[in-house]
Design a protein around this ligand. Structure first.
Ligand code: ZN
Length: 242
């Protein structure tokens, strides 16, 4: 049963069609893995926390720097020098103390991924590099877990909901890894894409609407245009070929 406080706190969202108390209980029972507590991880974690998600496992081995603060809204100048996952835990606790936050101050690798994801039932890509995304993609495909890919650049971004074998995997869509670089980004870009990523997560957990499966959403903030393109499985994909 939901407590009186929960009924009150989540009242307005439970009015959404097919959400109700049952949907809210599903959110409370859910554990999500957020890979990265930076630009994307900030709005994703904040909106999942206010929605009343049960448990957030948030993973980041970095520390906030002054140049991160134009977009990484989980952190403030006071947090410079702390670990980002720990700083995220503190902020999220202020926002909703009923959400359990597990900070993971570690680097995601082939060796650590299973332990870090733990009992999470969905993996959220809030990263800034493709090599680590591909590690998460391989793990998600192996375990049959949904994996939401999000990426941003400048005033633009992209999003897709991966859940093999129903959808293509990340490798089918983006087989390579662009070389690492300091790329331009305005805080609103991870804001827009991160909120959409949280929306997809909430929909999947509550069981409402239609996820972005087999479709890649592309946002161009300069022209203020959204477009959705179909993405297909690579029949020879080394990751998800059955
Ligand atoms: Zn694939």
């Amino acid at each position: 049963m939901l407590t009186q406080k929960e009924l009150e706190r989540y009242h307005r969202q439970m009015l959404i069609r097919n959400w109700g108390e049952e949907g809210q209980k599903k959110l409370r029972a859910a554990t999500v893995f957020i890979a990265g507590a930076g630009g994307l991880g900030s709005p994703v974690a904040i909106y999942l926390a206010v929605a009343g998600i049960g448990k957030i496992r948030i993973c980041d081995f970095g520390e906030p720097e002054l140049s991160n603060l134009n977009r990484q809204i989980l952190h403030t100048e006071r947090d410079i020098g702390k670990n980002k996952a720990l700083s995220a835990q503190e902020t999220l606790h202020e926002i909703n103390p009923h959400v359990e936050v597990e900070p993971l101050a570690e680097k995601i690798s082939e060796e650590t991924v299973e332990r870090l994801v733990g009992s999470s039932t969905i993996i959220l890509d809030c990263l800034d590099n493709f090599p680590t995304r591909h590690i998460l993609n391989r793990y998600a495909v192996k375990k049959g877990l949904p994996f939401i890919h999000a990426g941003i650049f400048g005033l633009s971004g992209q999003l897709t909901f991966i859940h093999t074998p129903e959808t293509p995997c990340l490798h089918c869509i983006f087989p390579g890894s662009p070389p690492p670089a300091v790329f331009p980004v305005a805080g609103v870009a991870p804001g827009v894409i991160g909120v959409l990523e949280a929306t997809e997560t909430i929909k999947w957990i509550v069981g409402i609407g239609k996820n972005l499966k087999g479709r890649l959403l592309i946002w161009d903030g300069e022209l203020m245009e959204f477009q959705t393109v179909a993405v297909n499985k690579d029949p020879n994909c080394p990751v998800c070929k059955r």
